[in-house]
Structures are given as C-alpha cells and as structure tokens.
Design a protein around this ligand. Sequence first.
Ligand code: NOS
Ligand code: ZN
Length: 348
Amino acid sequence: MAHHRTFDLLSRLPKVDLHLHLDGSVKPETLLELALHQGIDLPVYDREGLIPHMRVGEECGSLIEYLSKFHFTTRIMQSGEALERIAYEVVQQSAEHNCKYVEVRFAPQLHRNNGLTVEETIHHVVEGMKRGQRDFGVRGGVIAICMRNHSCQSNLEVIEAAAQFVGKGVVAVDLAGDEAAYPPEFFREVFAESTRLGIPVTIHAGEAAGAVNVYEAVTNLGAVRIGHGVRLKENRSILEMVKERRIPLEMCPISNIQTKAVSSWEAYPIREYLEQGLLVTINTDNPSVSGTDITNEYRVLSDRFGFTAPELVKLIMNGVDAAFLDEADKLLLRREMENEISSLGVSL
Ligand SMILES: O=c1[nH]cnc2c1ncn2[C@@H]1O[C@H](CO)[C@@H](O)[C@H]1O
Ligand SMILES: [Zn+2]
C-alpha cells in the first residue's frame, strides 16, 4: 500500500509548472467542440477517437515526429475565443493537480491564420489566464514563443508585442521548434532585442542537439533559464557554467523520453543533475501531446528513480525559485507552498 500513499501524496503536494505549451494542452472534448463550432473538419467526431490524433505513442522516434502533432490543435486555435478558453482550461487543469503557479507558453505567430494580430493573440491568452486565476486561485504568467522555423523579422514582432505586455501578464520570451535544424546562433539579433527591452529569456536547448546550444543560449541569447537541457551532461565545462550561473533547467521527463532527447530512462540524467547541484525543475511540456500531467511526472520520477519525499519537495521548490516572479510574489508563493507541504506532514 506504500504505492497508494505515494500516489495520494503526489497529487496533494502543492506544485508549480514552468514549462507548458498552450497548443500542447488542449482537452480533446474542447478541440471537438471548437471544431464543430468553427466548421472545421475532423477525422473523427468523438472524444476518444481524437486522442490518437493529438497524442504521440510509444513509437515516437524524434522531436520532429513529436512536433508534427501540433498542427492538429493549432488549426482550431485561430480565434480569440478559442485561445482564451484553452488558456482558461489550462489553469483549471493545473488547479486539479494542486498547481499553485503555472507559466503557459505559446507562439503568437501560429495563431494568426484568421487575421488576429500578435498583440491580440497575447491579449486573449492573458485574459483566459486571468479568468482562470480568479476562478481557480492559480497564479500564472505567459511566455511568448519565437519559432525556430520563422524568420527573424517575424520573431522580432513577437518580442516587440511581448514587451507591451510585460508587467501585464507576459513574463518572458522563448525559442522553440526544430533545434537540430535551427541552432540558437541564428537568433542572436532577435534576443538582443528582448535583452534591450529587458524581457527575461528562456530557450529550448540541449533537447534535440548538444550542450553547445545551451552555451550559446546562455552566453549569446541571454537565457536565464533553459528548456530541457537534457544533453548538458555531454559537456562537463558547460554543465559547470550552468551550475555556477544558477541557471534553472525546465526538465519535462515524459516528453524528453518521447522525443528521444535521451535513449531511455536509465540514461535520464535527473539524479546526477540534482546531485551535482543543478537547479532542476519538473514540468509537463505538453500534457495533451505527451499524455501526461504534472502529478504523473512526479509519480513516474518517484517510481523510476526512487525519489524520497524531501527530494520531491526540493524539485518542487526549485520550481518556485526559478519562477518568473518578482521577489515579493515569489516569497508569498514560497510561504503558501511551505505551509501546505508542512500540513501534509512532509518536512522541508
Ligand atoms: O519540446 C519541445 N521542443 C521544441 N519545440 C516544442 C516542444 N514542444 C512544443 N514545441 C513547439 O512549440 C510550439 C508552440 O507552443 C508548438 O507548436 C511546437 O511546435
Ligand atoms: Zn517545450
């Protein structure tokens, strides 16, 4: 019955999720309703039948294959109403797993097929999250994503628009997409602009390519956090640099296995990263693509790596430390979480 107790504890522990893509977090029933409402054709018209179209399976062989799943959801995410609803439901789902804080990221340029401006897409996602915060008590922030397969011009538009929402819902900018084909150095000009404007930067790096991309992201793109960083272990001196600079890693275990960022769970470097003093955080990446949720991420880690309750709490509180929140808000969040953790009988 030990497993039962762990299960219960994991769902009840307060958590945060810092790396979650809006277009990878769509409930199948919502996709169905929005498609019907918008007159968009689907291959099937029942919730269960949609799941295989939205989710990767065991057989997923690469990040490229993983990324092929996103067209299916972005098709129905071309209106303000759809963006707002999905953002709201992400906050609701976070609340169901006792997440106290969630950072939701999306790429504005992927939601403009029906004429929305970059600013309008951001406005609607921010509104959905605000409404979610009011109804479910989960605080949050939005991260605007630049896409690796988009031009610098198009990505600069995202940075400029994001800047207008800093302090009003947007907390950072990111770079996502096919890392192997588009290395970070292609985007120096784009992130020089975010640095100039004072917007915090996180970059997907060391996922589908080597540790050198983490180096480039930190030293030349101004990244203060790294998405995944799984392949950091391939280079000792870059790993040391990330440790010294206290750059948090937004790790997403289930997704990292599916995209083949590592070959197997045995090769997943989370325990060694923790022991080496890296600021590892645990996140979902794409609940509806990966078939996961934040409780499941912690459950799989405890099962695979035998993490103890204090180790799980350490991973959770690393997430609080890494949050794009100002110090006062971070302190409030930390206190709230510590109180709740203590009341569950887990020592800090
Ligand atoms: O793990 C990932 N690595 C790189 N790119 C990703 C990952 N997950 C999602 N996206 C990309 O980010 C876009 C905006 O949310 C998605 O459409 C997908 O193309
Ligand atoms: Zn991601």
